[in-house]
Design a protein around this ligand. Structure first.
Ligand SMILES: *[C@@H]1O[C@H](CO)[C@@H](O)[C@H](O)[C@H]1NC(C)=O
Ligand SMILES: *[C@@H]1O[C@H](CO)[C@@H](O)[C@H](O)[C@H]1NC(C)=O
Ligand SMILES: *[C@@H]1O[C@H](CO)[C@@H](O)[C@H](O)[C@H]1NC(C)=O
Length: 181
């Protein structure tokens, strides 16, 4: 098993959301830098998905009104990747990434900066996915340097964490961290 050291940017994507089918979540005006707020998709640039899917325990009956900051504060681990918007699917199924890209790309995408990769960081328990965070980030593997593709797994307590990374091509395409099987 390869060990990883994650470098996770602390800036959260910030969007007030009232997206219909797939997405819920909110935040105040945290994103002072406007870092992940995409006004217009620039086809010369590359994009990743960026959001956290809350997992199968949440659906349209869940009363949930928290930000990543509050979530992590509660969990006492501030180093867990979390990205706004927080996504809950109506029927607790995995997020429909095509639908999200077609309808909400400005709110669930981040623009890759130099050295960034697209990542999906997921938690599983007993081979069942618990939640997943999609993001633009930089990933370094111990003794390997910057990682630009592939999947890494590690066991943390009773959970299995998987980090998969890739690089999107420029343009208005489904970002590579959709990881379509
Ligand atoms: C969610 O939080 C916002 C801001 O803290 C508050 O104004 C709102 O009433 C809350 N909504 C629910 C359903 O709790
Ligand atoms: C994902 O699940 C783990 C384990 O329950 C939790 O610690 C973490 O905060 C969750 N992440 C998100 C983004 O909900
Ligand atoms: C929740 O979603 C289901 C479909 O998955 C739908 O039948 C139900 O009416 C929805 N409930 C609410 C409160 O929106």
């Amino acid at each position: 098993m390869k060990s990883l050291h994650f470098v996770i940017a602390i800036v959260y994507a910030v969007h007030l959301l009232a997206l219909d089918v797939n997405v819920r979540g909110e935040d105040a005006n945290v994103n002072s830098e406007g870092e992940n707020k995409i006004e217009e998709l620039d086809v010369t640039q590359s994009y990743c998905f960026q959001f956290s899917w809350m997992g199968p325990d949440y659906d349209n009956t869940t009363k949930f009104n928290k930000t990543c900051g509050e979530l992590l504060e509660e969990g006492r681990d501030k180093h867990i990747p979390c990205r706004q918007p927080l996504v809950i699917s109506y029927d607790s199924s995995k997020p429909d990434l095509d639908h999200m890209w077609d309808n909400y790309k400005m709110r669930v995408a981040c623009k890759m900066s130099k050295g960034d990769v697209c990542a999906r960081y997921s938690y599983s328990f007993n081979d069942e996915i618990v939640n997943a965070t999609y993001m633009c980030t930089k990933v370094f593997a111990v003794n390997e340097g910057a990682v630009t593709s592939g999947c890494y797994k590690q066991k943390v307590g009773s959970y299995e964490n998987e980090m998969c990374v890739c690089k999107s091509s420029p343009g208005d395409y489904l970002p590579c961290n959709a990881f379509r099987e």
